[in-house]
Ligand binder design. Structure first.
Ligand code: AMP
Length: 171
């Protein structure tokens, strides 16, 4: 998998001093890199009987629909507040300063469906654990949480200890 790391652009001090931003646009535009990323992620869930793949706005959308297609599952977007046009369920989650909110259509997941949650980067795990709560609010079962990149030094996995957490590349 380490050849994929060479396709990820590391940008120091973005969006603020001290943060290294992992820019996956350089991976997405590489035809082999994009295919290998989706292939390797979906391989982990091949026998998981996933019904729905949930993508987290915004960069989760780059991978989740391709995963849904590969796994013969549906795709559901989780969005920032006030973007979804129908009835929603919301969760609040903690940011470094203050809180934020994420929403899902209240009929997006049927009770008992097996749901795979996909995002580009697992950092502190706050976003992913909020999305897992949303899925469970609707009665879905979290079949796993998958990430292209895991920032292991932030221990986001600890917030997701009750779930199957899988990442392709660790930093
Ligand atoms: P967290 O809730 O801390 O796990 O943050 C995860 C979300 O923030 C993901 O949706 C990522 O897209 C984004 N993110 C956090 N840290 C980084 C980083 N260093 N580089 C790129 N994206 C990041």
């Amino acid at each position: 998998m380490n050849h994929l790391k060479q396709l990820i652009r590391e940008i120091p001090d973005f969006p603020k001093p001290g943060i290294t931003f992992y820019d996956i646009t350089t991976l997405l535009k590489d035809k082999q890199g994009f295919r290998r990323t989706v292939d390797a992620l979906q391989e982990h869930y091949r026998n998981a009987s996933v019904d729905v793949v949930v993508g987290i706005e915004a960069r989760g959308y780059f991978f989740a629909p391709a995963m849904a297609h590969a796994l013969n599952a549906g795709f559901v977007p989780v969005r920032k507040p006030k973007k979804l046009p129908w009835e929603v369920k919301s969760v609040d989650y903690q940011l470094e300063y203050g809180t934020d909110q994420l929403e899902i259509h209240s009929d997006a997941v049927e009770p008992g469906q097996k749901v795979l949650i996909i995002d580009d980067v697992l950092a502190t795990g706050g976003t992913a654990s909020a999305v897992a709560r949303l899925v469970e609010l609707l009665g879905g079962t979290v079949a796993g949480l998958g990430f292209v990149i895991e920032l292991s030094f932030l221990h986001g996995r600890d917030k997701l200890a009750s779930y199957d957490v899988f990442s392709l590349l660790q930093y």
